[in-house]
Design a protein around this ligand. Structure first.
Ligand SMILES: Nc1nc2c(ncn2[C@@H]2O[C@H](COP(=O)(O)OP(=O)(O)OP(=O)(O)O)[C@@H](O)[C@H]2O)c(=O)[nH]1
Length: 368
């Protein structure tokens, strides 16, 4: 079951988006989970109470308003569906509270045995306030994280903001998270197809859509090779320049903004990687630097394997790897896209190459 997480800072337009999405035909098989913290006004959405926590929205969607643990809410909702206590649904949207760090929710979706069997993380959508987004990114680390881990970013309230402010915000968000398409929306009005099916598996084509999922082209020149020391790291010079010249209202002059700590880059490895070298690298990095690894997606060319292996991770947790049926193109190099905090590409590339070289050496050592 495809699961989408809608995140975004307080008042950035999550509920407005949800409401607009649910009015689309084709969204009626959707179940919605909303964290109850904060002042989410569900009243205008509600029609019928099914049980204490579950209501039926006027769109026909099931809505579960969760107190506390969103994940136990998801389990309960699933069990209710199995028992026929709520209508069948084939998509779930989770709206986080505005102050939530989305990472723990993504972790649990990726690791809880019941949930990983039934729910598949399809996309993370982040709403950013067109008017206050810039200052929220400056002052609230959560809002930076919400935008950094997103697969899609929506700039809301564009009708209230000046073009200069919107452009500065877009430049900043693109720098934070180059692979996430940015859309300006008015009162949540957007084609749901733009937000869903961003995961590895595309239910429309019933295939694994690696290129759309990885979007490695967004990180710049694809000829960057990890073995040639010439990857791109998206630093923020351009963005600073923009802040100084165009965005007088932003707090871009602050020398230590939260998103100055965020890097996004794509590493490409020409030589096949040994699986055990990659696993060792992943174990070390997720244990030692998990806090700094906001999101990783990758397609690996594993030595001795014909087929590519897709991996993805959020902080300390790697999702179970998936062997893909075929390479999406003639380019069979391993590609890993990273969104990190206070962690640049060099240490990642060098450690992985070193472990890989050691694994290669072990393999070619003559048996005496
Ligand atoms: N003008 C304008 N107002 C908007 C737009 N999107 C949302 N709003 C308004 O912004 C306010 C906050 O929107 P919500 O959808 O409640 O935001 P939220 O992110 O769910 O808020 P919390 O749940 O409190 O974090 C509401 O008054 C909306 O009507 C927009 O595109 N334009």
């Amino acid at each position: 079951m495809a699961t989408t997480v809608i995140t975004g800072f307080l008042g950035s337009g999550k509920t407005t988006l949800l409401n607009a999405l649910l009015s689309h035909p084709g969204m009626s098989n959707t179940a919605v989970l909303i964290n109850e913290f904060g002042d989410i006004g569900l009243d205008h959405l509600l029609v019928r109470q099914i049980s204490e926590d579950v209501v039926l929205l006027n769109s026909g969607c099931i809505c579960c308003s969760v107190r506390g643990d969103l994940i136990s809410g998801l389990r309960d909702l699933f069990l209710k569906r199995v028992r026929g206590e709520v209508a069948a649904f084939d998509r779930v949207i989770i709206e986080t509270t505005g102050l939530a760090d989305p990472a723990p929710i993504l972790h649990t979706l990726m690791t809880d045995p019941l949930l990983t069997n039934k729910f598949r993380l399809d996309s993370v959508v982040s709403t950013v306030d067109g008017v206050y987004g810039n200052s929220q990114l400056d002052t609230h680390a959560e809002s930076v994280k919400q935008a950094a881990v997103a697969d899609r970013i929506l700039i809301t309230k564009a009708d209230l903001a000046s073009e200069d402010v919107l452009q500065a915000l877009e430049t900043r968000l693109h720098s934070l998270n180059p692979a996430a398409p940015l859309y300006r929306v008015h009162m949540g009005d957007i084609d749901p197809d733009k937000l869903f099916n961003a995961g590895l598996y595309n239910p429309e084509t019933k295939s694994l859509d690696v290129q759309k999922w990885l979007r490695d082209e967004a990180y710049g020149d694809n000829d960057n090779s990890a073995s040639h020391d010439d990857n791109h790291e998206h630093e923020h010079e351009h963005e600073h320049e923009h802040d100084h010249t165009h965005d007088e209202h932003s707090h871009g002059h602050d020398v230590n903004r939260h998103d100055d700590h965020i890097s996004s880059f794509c590493l490409t490895f020409d030589e096949p990687l040994h699986w055990d070298a990659f696993v060792t690298w992943a174990e070390i990095f997720t244990q030692m630097r998990g806090e700094n690894l906001l999101r990783i997606k990758g397609v690996l060319n594993i030595a001795g394997e014909d087929k590519p292996v897709a991996i993805h991770a959020v902080q300390h947790i790697f999702h179970a790897p998936a062997t893909l049926p075929a390479w999406p193109s003639d380019d069979h190099r391993s590609k890993l896209v990273f969104i990190t905090r206070d962690l640049g590409p060099d240490v990642i590339r060098q450690s992985l190459l070193q472990l890989n070289a050691a694994a290669t050496e072990t393999r070619i050592k003559p048996v005496v």
